[in-house]
Design a protein around this ligand. Structure first.
Ligand code: FES
Length: 243
């Protein structure tokens, strides 16, 4: 990787600035604009609209919110340990980008697009083949757990390392949702998407589901504004299927 070629993507507002190599250890980096897109800064709230407190998130429990579109599901996790920092990732085209770290007091809170990077399996309101397997719990995809598993074809992704592929047919990491944590009031905000998100493929592939769950593709594609209701996966979907 030639670090001189990097362009710094500002986490706040998505400002693109050519950066010197000495700045490489700051926030987010992608070598062109394709792998980072900022969206409206949106607060994570509960079903009643009350801001979610980072410290109140249950550990190793799947939460779901929609971002950046009204019908693009994301998984939110408060892991049992701090994430790694400045993880270098590579997408399916071979482009390298850097995932910074988890947020919250312990650096353990992470969020990813819940649309599998293999063949777009995702949680919907009927079922979910997509869920976190906590450390120490075995699944067919990963012996010791500690991974987000897509049970469609058993891809597994490491939430402590930017959604990196651990196994299975997926050829690139999950796209990550860039979060901000306000340490003063312990609130959480989504501000952008890092990595290859495949949203257009997803909207084109699941028209029937868009009609059923979101009132049509146009509604599903609307950008989320102001706040994103966040619920446990077990409440969002009728059935979690995990192998
Ligand atoms: S769609 Fe997820 S592993 Fe194939």
């Amino acid at each position: 990787m030639n670090r001189r070629d990097f362009i710094k993507m500002g986490a706040l507002g998505g400002v693109i600035v050519l950066t010197r190599p000495s700045l490489i250890d700051q926030k987010l980096f992608a070598h062109d604009g394709r792998l980072y897109e900022s969206f409206e800064k949106v607060q994570l709230v509960d079903e009643e609209g009350t801001p979610i407190k980072a410290s109140a998130l249950e550990v190793d429990v799947d939460y779901i919110f929609q971002y950046p579109h009204a019908g693009t599901p994301c998984i939110l996790l408060n892991l049992s340990e701090k994430s790694e920092v400045n993880v270098e990732l590579k997408d399916a085209l071979g482009d390298i980008y850097l995932w910074s770290e988890g947020v919250g007091k312990s650096g353990s809170i992470v969020a990813y697009s819940a649309i599998c990077s293999h063949a777009l399996t995702h949680p919907n309101k009927s079922e979910s083949f997509f869920a976190y397997v906590p450390k120490g719990k075995a699944s067919a995809a990963i012996e010791k757990g500690g991974a987000i598993v897509c049970s469609s074809h058993l891809s597994s992704f490491d939430p402590r390392n930017g959604g990196k592929v651990l196994g299975g047919p997926a050829d690139q990491p999950l796209a990550s949702i860039v979060l901000e944590h306000n340490a003063q009031d312990d609130t959480l905000w989504a501000v952008g998407v890092l990595g290859s998100a495949k949203f257009n493929d997803y909207f084109n592939a699941f028209k029937t589901e868009m009609d059923r769950d979101w009132g049509g593709k146009r509604q599903a594609k609307k950008l989320v504004k102001i706040s994103a209701p966040t619920v446990k996966l077990t409440k969002f979907t009728k059935e979690v299927i995990q192998y």
